[in-house]
Design a protein around this ligand. Structure first.
Ligand code: SF4
Ligand code: SF4
Length: 402
């Protein structure tokens, strides 16, 4: 027979899974890179086997808009479910609950609990750094004493901030500092999921105040919805314990809207949900449609000129960056705007995965009275096998004089 699951038990499970995910994600390697990491030296974001370069950060922007809309949607429908069940602040305050208990047992216990909190803070700070410096580089460097001064500096500062937060602020962070908490009341409507005392059963309350005593933010939920409530459901468990002694169900519950009269499917949730779906679809589309090759046609030091044997030469520099995780062989072809045109790049250009280089391109035509001034030309860079087809415009200048 399964033990009866309380809200607390379910929260422990979700919080543990969340902690494992956050700490473990940088350790998961996909195609040789951490599953999620921003590499500062190369300004590249590694996301589940895909590498996004700084030039492609519009993809990250669309992903950020999608995540923001998702948070709006979740808050509108499920209220502060994130705060109570998944927010790293709540998770770590719960994991360091011994700080609250031991502080009442004397100085020795307090020092021991603060030392453990400091150790946890250092691990949490390191796990944040692993989203920038691979743990496969960080840990060996730390163990061998070769960790860089900058990394040490960030680690110490982050550890201090996290330690002070968990030693002093704890749940006060949610009602005083957290910007998301301040935004939430704006996102709520009459059907948002809340925690409330069942209005029809308020008379059954025996005024034991257990719900108030367990509340981490010191709320008496019997007085109605409070902006400081983080939906942790501790009061639900407390009331269930008390009322079960007289064979009754607890008086506090989750409800969609005051009195439970709200609906999940409503115009507001449809509207917010539609935007979430649109931006998710846009993110998937631009991720799959990305070319992954950046080509720029730059001016060459050599000015356009006419040679003594009546040839016109224009020179360019092709800057090519391969942002894909595979090498490419690129053919460069210039639109034959004149039948005498000859181009210097003949065979395919091999660019390794993640490689970038510059390639001079010289164009020659035979001078004729019919061609004068400046022509707009099209340079095509393509690799049919890799589905790459890029067109760039440039100018071909025919000088009047030699
Ligand atoms: S009122 Fe209940 S759900 Fe809200 S913070 Fe307090 S214990 Fe948690
Ligand atoms: S725990 Fe339940 S019975 Fe006790 S005061 Fe709170 S609502 Fe009333």
């Amino acid at each position: 027979m399964w033990p009866k699951m309380t809200m607390r038990s379910w929260r422990w499970i979700t919080e543990t899974l969340q902690a494992i995910l956050i700490v473990g994600l940088p350790f998961i390697k996909i195609r040789g890179e951490s599953a999620f990491r921003f590499d500062i030296p190369t300004l590249r974001l590694h996301v589940f086997g895909c590498t996004i370069w700084i030039q492609e950060f519009f993809i990250v922007l669309v992903a950020a808009i999608f995540l923001t809309l998702l948070i709006v949607f979740i808050t509108l429908v499920f209220g502060r479910i994130w705060c109570g069940w998944l927010c790293p602040q709540t998770v770590l305050v719960d994991f360091t609950a011994f700080v609250d208990k031991t502080s009442r047992k004397g100085l020795g216990h307090s020092i021991a609990s603060y030392a453990i909190t400091f150790l946890i803070s250092a691990i949490v700070a390191a796990s944040l750094i692993w989203y920038f410096v691979s743990p496969y580089d960080f840990i060996p460097a730390f163990l061998s004493g070769t960790l860089g001064a900058t990394t040490w500096g960030f680690w110490i500062v982050l550890t201090a901030i996290i330690f002070l937060n968990y030693a002093l602020l704890r749940h006060k962070f949610c009602s005083t500092v957290c910007p998301y908490a301040k935004l939430q009341s704006v996102l709520f409507d009459k059907s948002t999921l809340i925690i409330e005392l069942e209005p029809d059963r308020a008379a059954e309350c025996i005024d034991c105040r257990s719900c108030e005593k367990v509340c981490p933010t010191g709320i008496d939920i019997r007085h109605g919805i409070d902006a400081a409530c983080i939906n942790c459901a501790e009061c639900i468990d407390a009331c269930n314990r008390v009322m079960s002694r007289s064979g009754k169900k607890g008086l506090i519950r989750y409800a969609f809207g005051p009195g439970g009269g709200g609906r999940v499917l409503r115009p507001n949730s449809f509207l917010a949900g539609s935007f979430v779906v649109i931006f998710f679809a846009l993110y998937v589309y631009i991720s799959f449609a990305r070319v992954g090759i950046d080509v720029a046609v730059l001016p060459h030091d050599m000015q356009p000129r006419t040679t003594e044997d009546q040839k016109v030469i224009n020179a360019y520099v092709l800057s090519i960056k391969n942002m894909l995780d595979k090498p490419v062989d690129l053919n460069v072809t210039v639109e034959k705007f004149d039948e005498t045109l000859i181009q210097s790049i003949k065979g395919p250009i091999h660019v390794k995965a993640g490689g970038m280089d510059r390639y001079p391109l010289f164009l020659f035509i035979r001078k004729s009275p019919a061609i004068k001034g400046t022509r707009t030309i099209t340079i095509t860079v393509d690799d049919a096998a890799a589905g790459i087809h890029i067109k760039k415009e440039a100018h071909f200048v025919i000088p009047d004089k030699l």
